[in-house]
Design a protein around this ligand. Structure first.
Ligand SMILES: [Zn+2]
Length: 62
């Protein structure tokens, strides 16, 4: 289920306060912060912005 575009426009990574982008991951939908290389899980269309529960973004770090 897609995140509401207006919500997506205002949400920020709690760690670096940068913009996040929606992405489907192996574990389901998530909001990705490219800067922190973290994926915040989205449960029932509600983004979970707890840094402790964020997953590392797949792929080699740059
Ligand atoms: Zn970040």
């Amino acid at each position: 289920m897609p995140i509401h575009p207006e919500l997506l426009a205002i949400v920020r990574c709690p760690k670096c306060l940068g913009a996040v982008s929606e992405r489907d991951t192996a574990d389901g939908p998530g909001l990705v912060c490219e800067k922190c290389r973290l994926v915040y899980p989205v449960v029932n269309e509600i983004p979970n912005f707890l840094v402790e529960e964020a997953r590392p973004l797949d792929g080699a770090p740059k």
